[in-house]
Design a protein around this ligand. Sequence first.
Ligand SMILES: [Zn+2]
Length: 295
Amino acid sequence: MDVQFGKIRFICGESGGKYPFNHSVYLEGGDCRVVIDPSCGLQKMTDLKQKEGVDQVWLSHWHEDHMAFFFLFENSTLRISERDFPPLTDIEIFLDWYGITGEPLRAIWKDIMLNNFNYRPQTEATFFKDKETVELGSLKAQIIATPGHTPGHLSFYFPEEEVLFLGDYDLTTFGPWYGDVYSSIEDTTQSIRLLKSLPARRWIAAHNTGLFDQNPGPLWDHYENVIYQREEKILAFLKEPKSIEEILSAWLIYGKPREPKEFFEFSERALAGKHLDYLQRQGRIVLHEGKYVKT
Ligand SMILES: [Zn+2]
């Protein structure tokens, strides 16, 4: 259900905001009307455009499930962090940033991005500055850099309404995503702690539950703890030296094989790979003769 808080509207996404959809936000800012992450559904976004109008589109980050219906607003100004803009300029960069290698796989993903997510290369955007306050008439938005999920991920705080838009720090039980080439486990942890520390009265996450009327409190700790639980599972599995293929076939992140296979095999590899890199950098494991070994 959509909910209005003063000049801010929570627009509930299709499928409860589960991927490939998200929850969007509409800002009625005086002479500037904004939609944040226009991926909640084609019908709602078409209606919004026709009945109320959109002057700017803000993206919390570069992922496809946040900009699927951006094509409806091609005459609007796109605003995003400069750090997250490169993948929006070229589908090849987009695939590179996901770490998708090999032509057959790249062709599959390219097709999905172009046809399911309406990917169109962008040439222009107006960049947010970290910690900037944007004034839309009497509506104020504070730009909060929350890197980790992506390098330029932004959250938005609306001080008058005390609403905090969390973007993809979505407090799901699955836990955070940091599986892209430029994602970072350390930055994700810092961003979760920053968002948890901000005072607000309402919280909006881009997926699933979406709207929190009460402080998510313990959900923050649970969400952060998922990171440590993934790490512990990997370390426990490395009681004996294991190859990457052995690690992946144990499905330590997702728990079991899931469908569609290509999607989840990729995701398991991306997240587990990130942990293995991190553990190696910390000197807690080494790669010896093709197997990961605890030090
Ligand atoms: Zn994302």
